[in-house]
Design a protein around this ligand. Structure first.
Ligand SMILES: Nc1ncnc2c1ncn2[C@@H]1O[C@H](COP(=O)(O)OP(=O)(O)OP(=O)(O)O)[C@@H](O)[C@H]1O
Ligand SMILES: [Mg+2]
Length: 427
């Protein structure tokens, strides 16, 4: 079977790398891909937003399964276009992808299905939002643009003044365009964040191992939010009892609610949770593999990924035997360009990749990279996801940073504390 992976980030490189290991798979294409997917698969020069071009390519190449990585492509309805042509595709339809495409819609689903989440209000006008905030006691609030905003649409505000400023930027200055036509204003939750991903064909739900991302740019969770500076798996914070609670109170009711709304959800449901004193509460839903969570997760998955994704696309997930996981923990350290998450330059030559990949149990997943001739150069803010398996979390961290030390380009930087949070919850 030929497989097509759509996208060009670290998540997509991990998917290409894992799918290429499957005995079912004869060839893996990646559109448009990066310098890493060019090594583990074959890049195709079609942008991830060119749905027509992707469908045409899939038909011409008799692609057996297409896996769509990025949320923007899913929210734009790419899976619908593939299904319409009778092509097997992994990823939710446009209406199901609205769980991520619209934070207002997601809140509505959670409210109606009594899924635990932050108390919130939705506003379609700046005046109404400003009046609501002005009326409240002084408090921390979180203001979220409704639509996709590349991970930049959320403002965690220390006080009312900051919340009013966020409303002004989103709804008066239109910083995120139509994505800011409506907003959600919600209470600030305290606790530790965790990423819970589950594979589903709309009826059967198969949770993946737990993982934890690091959103803040700098050590000890300081600085602005990013797309994620590193992740590790498993997250010892989540006990088996908590996982049962998360499945019963969040995953099952969400999938049921989507079915009842005639928007059956097929693909990955990613619940971003805050583990509060009152239990797990949903911060958001994403409808694709997390990035950088996919890297440590797929490093640990032993089951054939092509089998899994195919059984979802064909709606027969219930037939799949339980997933098999490597018990060893995995750590992914993101290396970023100078200036990220703000302005950054592209085109810096990357050295030491060979050396890094010789560190045992390490895989260097590419994100923002491209080839200039034979040379790998930077091509994004988050450039690499250096991922290692270890006998324990400390060993995995050590190996990942050993490999990071081998890699150089002007201005390269990373956090130094990825996975340290795990030590707070000894198993
Ligand atoms: N109610 C809340 N209380 C405290 N922090 C919050 C709350 N909602 C969001 N956050 C913080 O803001 C971050 C981003 O929020 P959210 O996950 O809703 O947005 P997003 O832009 O869709 O993120 P992503 O890029 O991960 O999909 C969260 O990871 C969390 O750190
Ligand atoms: Mg999101």
């Amino acid at each position: 079977m030929k497989v097509l992976v759509v996208g060009q980030g670290g998540r997509e490189h991990a998917l290409v790398w894992k799918l290429a290991q499957s005995p079912l798979v004869t060839q893996v294409f990646c559109a448009p891909g990066n310098a890493g997917t060019a090594g583990d698969g074959v890049n195709v020069d079609i942008s991830a937003t060119n749905v027509e071009g992707l469908v045409k390519f899939a038909k011409a190449e008799s692609i057996g399964l297409t896996v769509i990585g990025p949320e923007a492509t899913l929210v734009a309805g790419a899976a619908d276009a593939f299904e319409k042509e009778g092509l097997l595709v992994f990823g939710p339809t446009r209406t199901a992808a609205e769980l991520e495409g619209s934070k207002v819609f997601a809140k509505d689903v959670m409210r109606q299905s009594a899924i635990p989440t932050a108390a919130s209000q939705t506003f379609g006008s700046a005046e109404a939002a400003e009046a609501y905030i002005a009326d409240r006691e002084e408090t921390r609030l979180v203001v979220k643009a409704d639509g996709l905003a590349a991970g930049k649409g959320v403002s965690v505000c220390a006080n009312k003044a900051e919340a009013l400023e966020a409303v002004r930027r989103i709804m008066r200055m239109h910083e995120f365009g139509d994505a800011g036509k409506r907003i959600v204003v919600e209470e600030h939750l305290d606790g530790e964040e965790v990423s819970i991903l589950a594979i589903t064909d709309g009826s059967t739900i198969v949770p993946l191992e737990t993982s934890q991302d690091h959103k803040a740019a700098f050590d000890e969770d300081r600085g602005p939010n990013t797309g994620g500076m590193g992740a590790y798996s498993p997250a010892p914070l989540i006990t088996p009892e908590m996982m049962d609670q998360i499945i019963a109170q969040i995953l099952v009711p969400s999938i049921d609610a989507m079915k009842k709304r005639n928007r059956p959800f097929k693909g990955v449901l990613y619940a971003g949770l805050m583990m509060t004193h009152q239990g797990p509460k949903v911060l958001e839903f994403n409808v694709r593999f997390g990035d950088p969570e996919a890297q440590p997760l797929l490093m640990r998955l032993k089951t054939d990924l092509a089998q899994v994704l195919l059984s979802v696309a064909e709606g027969r997930l219930s037939e799949l035997p339980s997933l098999v996981w490597d018990p060893r923990p995995s750590v992914c350290v993101v290396m970023a360009a100078a200036g990220y998450p703000g302005e950054y330059e592209k085109g810096a030559m990357i050295r030491g990749l060979e050396e890094a990949s010789r560190v045992p149990n390490v895989k260097v997943f590419h994100a923002g990279t491209t080839l200039r001739g034979q040379q790998v150069v930077t091509n994004g803010g988050r450039v690499l996801g250096v991922t290692a398996l270890g006998d324990n979390i400390g060993d995995a961290k050590l190996r990942a940073y050993q490999a990071v030390k081998c890699i150089r380009w002007d201005g390269a930087w990373c956090r130094h504390d990825i996975s340290d949070k795990a030590r707070r919850h000894p198993t």
